[in-house]
Design a protein around this ligand. Sequence first.
Ligand code: AMP
Length: 303
Amino acid sequence: MSLLIVGTLAFDDIETPSGRVEGEIGGSAGYAALAASFCTKTAIVAVVGEDFPKATLDDLSGRGIDLAGVEHAPGKSFRWSGRYHENLNNRDTLDTQLNVLSSFSPKVPEHLRSAETVFLGNIDPVLQAQVLDQLREPRLVACDSMNLWLDIARPALMRVLERVHLLVVNDEEARLLSGQHNIVRAAHAILKMGPQRVLIKRGEYGVIAFEHGSTFAMPAYPLEEVFDPTGAGDTFAGGCIGSLARDGGRVDAASLRRAIAHGSVLASLVVEKFGMRRLWELSGADIEARRQAFLRLTDFHTI
Ligand code: AMP
């Protein structure tokens, strides 16, 4: 198994300027695993309640995603509700119901413990640490988080960061984590917390990757209509880590740039429909067409 992802499988209630949906299937692990599955063999460690549709789990398995680490618990699945502002770069979390997540204690099945690459997707950092504790010797440990966990579980998150090679966060979280408003200063402060690299997602402004001595930036694809930004961050991260896993978990200047480009391509596609709907229907040709569009967008030295 090359990539193990821990995170949430969720019901989302989402309101954007384009419309509203209730009980849309989402969750950090859902988006990230589906995105990563275009590149590599992927497994999920998560918990679902009795209300989670079997058809969705079957569809994920149908994509070759290993669900042996998905626990079925009595009770309701994790539920998140958010409302986007007119500018779509900002959103308010209206409600987070942990439900089965509040008593979850992840168990990584034996055959997944030798995963080479692990993505600690957005979930309680205590659970991220529990997953890490059960793995043998992952080559690459990547991590994402969210303001909720920074607010209620910061010490646990700080301990996880000491064990992480690559952190993926959005600009607001980077500021919250570092106490620095300027994004470059925030990144440098985060690099002192453990990760060797930090990717800062900036919504419609793209992503900046920082490591000691080098910085790389990638724009987001300019779209006429963004239908629903939910999961764009998880999709970016899943696509990015999936690409790195395909490269054997090796992170160098070239593999990181390829990964960031691939994550950006998938993120630009997922926002075109509600929830994970666009990810489900994507073909290799759709991905390649958007990759070519990105190449034209960013090309300033071959023309
Ligand atoms: P993103 O838009 O990439 O930040 O991710 C949105 C997804 O994250 C939604 O599908 C939610 O179900 C999930 N989510 C929201 N809050 C949390 C949280 N505190 N922990 C884990 N997953 C969350």
